[in-house]
Design a protein around this ligand. Structure first.
Ligand SMILES: NC(=O)c1ccc[n+]([C@@H]2O[C@H](COP(=O)([O-])OP(=O)(O)OC[C@H]3O[C@@H](n4cnc5c(N)ncnc54)[C@H](O)[C@@H]3O)[C@@H](O)[C@H]2O)c1
Ligand SMILES: O=C(O)C(=O)C[C@@H](O)[C@H](O)[C@H](O)COP(=O)(O)O
Ligand SMILES: [Zn+2]
Length: 357
């Protein structure tokens, strides 16, 4: 079990990682919150079937209401958001109520946004169940999608705590493990060169990673994120580095239709694209072919089919949250562990996308 802490000017909260972290939730609710009224668990249909009973066993005494959303990106829609608010009102939640986000990043983002906006904001905790959610459960970005772009509706709202029980990740299907591992690679590339070297040396298949190794790499990924968020909670500057690979990644997700490619797999393609540009624009000295061979051997795609429209992708990248006045800004790497934010003209991106697709 590892215990980290995210400390910002506004708030400090614990991040408990390891097998059986779930057993720390009830004592936390009991002792660390100065009381609350109604408790609501928000989960999705897959996680509900697989793991809700286990969580409920721990929380019986609190008699929680349970809201179950559709699995995956469908949860991050205005329609499901409204359903969740209606459910909260009908189940007697008030300003002193408390939410548990129990699931992957989609549920974490939805539940966090419900918590941020219900009666102008109530408290919540994150109980992540995917590898990807080592990223999404920490840092307080919450939100839902719009058909014109990912996470276009949202708020910064920090949880009271994160309880990351790694026994849940054992039931993930291989493509979801792959999705989550992409964000581990991202954290290594932007902030932990030693972790990056370690991953390259030790991970040749995701099935071969041991529980101890997962615990170690997820804690390291979270540490990279926490260090950045601590300095820039509201993304006025360096928090944008956590968006490495996301400018194209988010455009791919929206262009292909939410849920038709996993977030991590889209981000991995986006990182390959950003690494290629980094070599050209930021002087990155990096063996990209070797990197691509490595991730392809783990099962990632490293390029897109030519059926996807490059005009469509560019249009979406121009709506990215980092863009200013329609000028796209990309996170590039100067060195492994040294990111920077660089403006890229449309003409350059169009040309690059042309050779990438
Ligand atoms: N807020 C942030 O900082 C942040 C960071 C990264 C990603 N995200 C968002 O997170 C979302 C992706 O998160 P995700 O990959 O966890 O996706 P997800 O929540 O959609 O989960 C992926 C799939 O795995 C299933 N699942 C979840 N836990 C499981 C388990 N233990 N066993 C078996 N199946 C399980 C889900 O039902 C779903 O079908 C995207 O919407 C992305 O934009 C947010
Ligand atoms: O926490 C952050 O900051 C991130 O950018 C983490 C990303 O991995 C995550 O996908 C996030 O939701 C992207 O945020 P957005 O602001 O680009 O929508
Ligand atoms: Zn992401």
């Amino acid at each position: 079990m590892q215990k980290l802490e995210l400390s910002t000017a506004e708030k400090k909260y614990p991040i408990v990682i390891g097998e059986n972290a779930v057993s720390s939730i009830a004592p936390f609710l009991q002792n660390d919150l100065n009381g609350f009224s109604r408790l609501m668990i928000m989960t999705d249909q897959n996680v509900g079937k697989l793991h809700l009973e286990n969580l409920l066993k721990q929380l019986d005494e609190f008699r929680p209401a349970v809201f179950s959303a559709p699995a995956g990106e469908k949860a991050k829609s205005l329609e499901i958001y409204e359903e969740a608010i209606t459910f909260s009102l009908e189940n007697g939640l008030d300003r002193k109520s408390f939410i548990i986000a129990f699931g992957g990043g989609a549920i974490g983002d939805l539940a966090g946004f419900v918590a941020a906006t219900f009666m102008r904001g109530i408290r919540f905790i994150q109980v992540p169940t995917t590898i990807l959610a080592h990223d999404s459960s920490v840092g307080g970005k919450t939100g839902i999608n719009h058909h014109l772009g990912k996470n276009m509706i949202g708020a910064f709202h920090q949880p009271e705590a994160v309880f990351y029980d790694l026994s849940f990740i054992n039931s993930l299907p291989p493509h979801e493990v792959r999705s989550g591992f992409a964000e581990v690679v991202k954290h290594a590339l932007i902030g932990d060169p030693d972790l990056f070297d370690w991953l390259r040396m030790n991970v040749s298949s995701l099935e071969g990673v041991t529980p101890m190794q997962y615990e170690e790499m997820l804690a390291k990924g979270i540490s990279v994120k926490a260090k950045i968020v601590r300095q820039d909670v509201h993304e006025k500057g360096i928090r944008a580095y956590l968006n490495f690979g996301h400018t194209l990644g988010h455009a791919i997700e929206a262009e292909m239709g939410y849920g038709n490619i996993t977030h991590g797999e889209a981000v991995m393609i986006g990182m390959v694209f950003a690494l290629e540009i980094s070599k050209e624009k930021s002087g990155l000295d990096f063996e990209l072919d070797g990197f691509k061979t490595w991730i392809e051997s783990i099962g990632y795609r490293t390029s897109l089919s030519s059926e996807i429209s490059k005009e469509g992708l560019l249009k979406r990248m121009k709506k990215d949250k980092k863009a200013i006045g329609g000028t796209v800004r990309f996170v590039l790497l100067n060195k492994i562990g040294v990111p920077e934010l660089v403006e890229l003209p449309d003409s350059f991106l169009k040309k690059k996308l042309g050779s990438f697709l």
